[in-house]
Design a protein around this ligand. Sequence first.
Ligand code: AP5
Length: 210
Amino acid sequence: MRIIILAAPGAGKGTQAEKLSQHYGIPTISTGSILRRNIQEGTELGKLAKQYIDGGNLIPDDVMIDVMKDRLAQPDCEHGFILDGFPRTLTQAEALSASDIVIDAVLNIDVADEKIIHRLGGRVECSKCGSTYHKEYNKPKRDGICDRCGGALVTRADDKPETIQSRLDIYHQTTEPLLAYYKEKGMLRTAQGQEEVADTTAEVLRVLGD
Ligand code: AP5
């Protein structure tokens, strides 16, 4: 199974990508996680990415396409993958279509902007393993500590209110048009995001025909 999750920032892409990864036994490829790991490690890619991510802007297409070509050629992607965060522009989508990778479905998780602002405003992330929680909807067992690895939970630099709004604006201008691109190709499946993570997962599996 090769799935693209194409949804607004904060619609629950990362959360559902993890659920689908467990369900199908295939890896999640999260562009955001790849970039944040490079920032933490201080690589050349990380230094470049930081200038864009902190302001909520997209990394240039040529850089992102090269990163993904390398990542998708790794052996763990052979039997399928969940793409969380790629493609995000028409140029990236066309590069993927031009490759020999066959995508089975493109999943949209539909959530209103007002809800997204509330979700991202309350999100915290593990500084070690990247697991995400929410201060109200998905609390860790111990305050400020990751259930999975015991790492410290922090707020992402791009989850400041003004940056959230600019990420949403960029999504509507640049990424949302890809819904029409994939609908035209007959690949788009839309799930309505629900209040509870488990209910969204059930809806996602239903639209994927599982
Ligand atoms: P990326 O990491 O992909 O960030 P994003 O798209 O902004 O998405 P998020 O990770 O913020 O949200 P999500 O949809 O995964 O939501 P989550 O599941 O955490 O990218 C970061 C940056 O990297 C970009 O801004 C850009 O600069 C760069 N970049 C990445 N890819 C790129 C590309 N292809 N090209 C160029 N640049 C690129 O959920 C959010 C919160 O809600 C959590 O707290 C969660 O617990 C909670 N929640 C989730 N589901 C529910 C539910 N059903 N009910 C209640 N709460 C819920």
